[in-house]
Structures are given as C-alpha cells and as structure tokens.
Ligand binder design. Structure first.
Ligand SMILES: Cc1ncc(COP(=O)(O)O)c(C=O)c1O
Length: 384
C-alpha cells in the first residue's frame, strides 16, 4: 500500500492520506452499495463477516455498529445482567465499564500489570465472588492480555470472557491472532483503528455457532437476521422479536468500505510493527518507559504509548513543533464522574493511575514512513 502524506509535521492520524491510498477501491465500494439500493440488510455485511472471520481465523464474525456495541451485544448474548459482577480494568476506554452497567451488571475493577498495562491475573482471581459471571480484559494499545491464564481461571470458576480487542486487531498469542480464546472477542472499526471505517463500526468474533446466532439477534432488535431480512425484502411472516435487542447493526456502506480496505490490513500491520521497532531503537536509553512485547505475543501497535514523568510539558512542546500526541486513556474510569457512586478515589488502583498520569501516545500508522518516526523520535529526545 502506498500512502501520500497530506501535510507537514507528524500527525497522529491522517484520514485523507489513508483514503487516498485506497481511493479507487473505496469509491467503487460506496458506489456499488448506493447503486444496489440496499443500504441495510444487504449482501455486504455477510460478505465482510465471512472475510473477517477468515482473516482472524475465528469460526464466526458478527458485525455491529461500534466497538462499544460489540461489548454490549456480547454481554447481552451471554446472558450477563442484573446481579452479576464483571471484572475489568479502569485504564481504558469507557466502552467496557459502560457496557457492563448498560446490561445491568456491576463493574468490578482490578489493577493492571504495569509491564503490559493489561489486567492483572492474580488480582482478577482475588476479585472473584459467587456473583462473578464474566471477565472483560482489554488488550491495551494492541498488546494481548494474558488470555491463556485468564481462560484457565475462567474455566476453573465457570466464568465467561468477553475480550475488548478494540485496539488489537491482528495481535497474536503463540502465532494465532486474537479471536479464538475468549468466548467473544470484540473489535472496533472506528476511523482511527487498524481497520478504520468511515464512520462507526465494530464486530464480535466467536467459535460458538449458537452464540453467533444470539449475537446477530441481540444486535438486530432481538429478531433473527434471516427473519428480519425476509421481512425487510417484503417476503417475511411479520415481526417476531425473541429477546430484548439493540439496534447495533453495521450498515452496508461501512461493510463495503471495510471489505475494500481489508486486503491492506496485513501490510499496514507490518508497517506498524516496523515503526514500533524503530521507536524502540531510537528511544532506548533516554529515560522514557517504552512499550514492548511480553511473552509469546505479537503486538498490534494501535499507538506507540510511552510513559514519562513530565508528560504534559513534553506533550506541549511536541505539539508546538507539529508532532501529534495523545493520552489514551486518561484519567482512568474509576475517577470519572459517572462512576462516583462506586466510591473509588485516587489511590484505589495505583498502577492504573500511575500509567494514566504518565502515558503519551506517539504517531504511528500507515500514514507515516520511517523518516516520520525518526523525526518524532528526535523531537521527543530533544525535549526530554
Ligand atoms: C479499548 C477500547 N475499547 C472499546 C472502544 C470502543 O470502540 P467504539 O468507539 O468503536 O465504540 C474503544 C474505542 O476507542 C477502545 O479504545
């Protein structure tokens, strides 16, 4: 894939450049959907699901309207609800915690392993109670959580795992892409993700055919997709809603765009990995905590997230010279106003808080080349 840069500086993202790199395919995909007259319930969604499950190496993929929707649908499809507890982390996007509360369950946060910034397995085990139904690990910034250990723990205690892999499409453990270890693995195709839609989109993957069927139903008004498609086409037997459901469907245009972009995903992951390696070489020994790969894993490098003490001052200086940075995700969820009722305070999850206070995402992705990475690294070295 060839991307032409559209401006000076080293931006975190460049949607125009990413669009330009696959413009003819994307334009053709959109035109195909518009000409078909099927903006909904058409052929692009099932075709993308087949291509995605094939790429991931999972048995089933069910597309939804967002990564957040994927987690909500997964919890609902697994029957997690009032009275249940779900263990997750706080140093992340609100999607997991809000989905847990959305289905009526209680969120139970535990702290992270500071090396991977993923859920701490020993603390997860210590947090299990008779009410625990599920574990919701998040593969932070693209580094897989310790899923085999979590799977063993979940199996011992009769729990399900809903994995938030929204930052980790293409990450691997022992040579296998994420998507087959958790009961449901959730992906986001938000525009800044590895495989970005031009709008909101997500997917669940699972090995369980019956669960895939429930995921389809839950994400589409509680009605089976076959039935709804038949009704939509005018040949159905009328409405038949079997369960409470969401309207969390991927639309045909996003599915067609994602189909057009999927063939570039392997190349874009290779670019991300080469850029992360370059940052690692350039920034080693500069007193910055650098991310790495821990265990038999391959990182998916959604961002290159370093940690440093005077983060805010460094960010400001980098911003002044056109190097984009971000702070994904801070402050942590347990300190957000929406969760004040849970009674957490500074100090409740020290490792998560320390990481969130020090982290800084650096530009990385197929809109950049290695010279851009060198420029961003040099800029950072000049200000620390
Ligand atoms: C870790 C994580 N989980 C879930 C989500 C939610 O994805 P979406 O924005 O597609 O709802 C995000 C989005 O950035 C995320 O970073």
């Amino acid at each position: 894939m060839t991307v032409t840069k559209t401006g000076a500086g080293v931006p975190l993202y460049d949607h125009v450049a990413v669009y330009a790199a696959a413009k003819s395919r994307i334009d053709a995909a959109i035109a195909r959907v518009l000409a078909s007259g099927r903006l909904d319930w058409g052929e692009e969604v099932p075709a993308f699901e087949a291509e995605l499950s094939d790429w991931v190496g999972a048995a089933h993929a069910v597309t939804v309207g967002s990564g957040t929707g994927a987690i909500k649908a997964a919890l609902k499809a697994l029957g997690v609800g009032p009275g249940d507890e779900v263990i997750t982390v706080t140093n992340t996007d609100i999607a997991g915690s809000s989905a847990i509360r959305f289905v009526g369950a209680d969120v139970v946060w535990v702290d992270i392993d500071p090396a991977t910034r993923n859920i701490d397995v020993a603390q997860t085990e210590a947090a299990i109670t008779p009410r625990t139904r599920a574990i919701l690990p998040v593969d932070m910034y693209g580094h897989p959580a310790d899923l085999h250990a979590l799977r063993a723990l979940a199996d011992r205690h009769g729990l399900v795992i809903v994995e938030d892999a929204c930052l980790a499409l293409g990450a691997e453990i022992e040579g296998l892409k994420l998507g087959t270890i958790a009961d449901v693995t959730c992906f986001s195709f938000a525009p800044t993700k590895h495989l970005g839609a031009f709008g909101s989109a997500g997917a669940c993957v699972t090995e369980d055919a019956a669960l895939a069927e429930r995921l389809q139903m839950v994400s589409a008004y509680g009605q089976s997709r076959t039935r709804h498609t038949a009704n939509f086409a005018g040949g159905g037997a009328g409405l038949f809603h079997e369960t409470d459901g969401l309207n969390e469907r991927m639309d045909e245009i996003q599915a067609a765009i994602l189909r057009a972009k999927l063939p570039d995903l392997d190349a874009s992951l290779a670019i991300r990995r080469a850029q992360a390696a370059r940052y690692g070489q350039r920034l080693a020994g500069a007193g910055i905590d650098l991310p790495g790969e821990h265990g038999p894993v391959r990182h998916a490098w959604r961002n290159y997230v370093v940690e440093l003490d005077d983060r805010d001052a460094v960010r400001a200086q980098l911003g002044d010279i056109g190097v984009g940075t971000n702070t994904p995700y801070a402050p942590p969820m347990h300190l957000q106003p929406v969760y004040a009722d849970l009674g957490c305070r500074p100090g409740s999850f020290p490792q998560s808080e320390r990481s969130c206070a020090r982290l800084m995402g650096l530009p990385l992705g197929p809109h950049l080349d290695l010279e851009d990475i060198d420029r961003a690294a040099d800029a950072l070295l000049a200000v620390v």
